[in-house]
Design a protein around this ligand. Structure first.
Ligand SMILES: [Zn+2]
Length: 259
């Protein structure tokens, strides 16, 4: 019960932070950009999700929590260290999702920094000289889409961007540490209807960042089937939107020539 309350308090704070955090990133509203991202990274996200993106010549962003790597629970198996390396070798972006997957709103500053440093060391060891290795500044996704003001400030010092949930499209003046994500999950029928969000970003351009977890024939409520994921990817390609990893979208938005 106490954990549930903390979870909702963290979500509420994320909602407030999105409103009050300095909006230093301008997301142009003249051309749609779509990103496909994965949290936790079950191995099915690698086997099906990454493969589907690659089939269309695309790449995704995979937010890794080092302590989950190689573990499994009743509903899923998480990506292995070799899998993380393979993702990077295939050109996908490796992002950070903390090391131990806590609700960051509940951690002291020292504990949060310790966790950030642990995941940075973990990814540096796994990735070595690959992109994202050697302590490179990465992009981050909040576990449970929860944050506090103090966690936000510390994470902002450590990452290029931080992504929450909120199920919104990012447009215009935006805080790079409070990017909104659109969840693919709940049920497969619901996920299939997310083509309407691709229509919405085509109609009124901005940056639509999808996030999901497992891609499986029997998905959890946090993932979807390979057929549904491919339907969304194909629809996104046909929409004419530019499909980029989070890091590549950031490069586009912060480059004086292309904005
Ligand atoms: Zn997570």
């Amino acid at each position: 019960m106490k954990r549930k309350v903390k979870f909702w308090v963290g979500r509420l704070q994320a909602h407030l932070m999105r409103r009050i955090a300095p909006k230093t990133l301008n997301i142009p509203t003249d051309h749609p950009v779509i990103s496909f991202t994965f949290d936790d990274v079950p191995d099915s996200a690698f086997h099906y999700g990454a493969a589907i993106l690659e089939k269309y010549g695309l790449h995704g962003t995979f937010y890794i929590a080092g302590n989950l790597a190689g573990s499994s629970d009743t509903s899923r198996k998480l990506i292995s260290e070799d899998g993380i390396r393979a993702l990077a070798d295939h050109g996908h972006e490796i992002g950070c999702h903390t090391f131990s997957h806590p609700n960051v709103a509940t951690l002291s500053g020292a504990k949060l920094q310790e966790d950030i440093d642990r995941n940075r060391s973990f990814l540096s060891r796994i990735l070595g000289g690959r992109r994202g290795g050697h302590g490179a500044q990465l992009n981050f996704a909040y576990p449970y889409n929860a944050v506090s003001y103090f966690a936000y400030r510390r994470l902002a010092r450590n990452y290029r961007t931080c992504r929450a949930g909120e199920n919104r499209i990012n447009r215009g003046a935006t805080s790079p540490q409070m990017l909104c994500g659109m969840e693919i999950g709940l049920s497969d029928a619901y996920s299939q209807q997310l083509t309407r969000e691709i229509d919405a970003v085509k109609e009124q351009p901005g940056w639509l960042i999808f996030f999901t977890h497992d891609i499986s024939e029997t998905p959890t409520p946090y993932g979807c089937t390979p057929a549904t994921f491919e339907k969304l990817v194909q629809y996104a390609v046909q929409s004419g939107a530019t499909i980029l990893t989070v890091d590549a979208a950031l490069d586009r938005y912060t480059s004086p020539r292309s904005v």
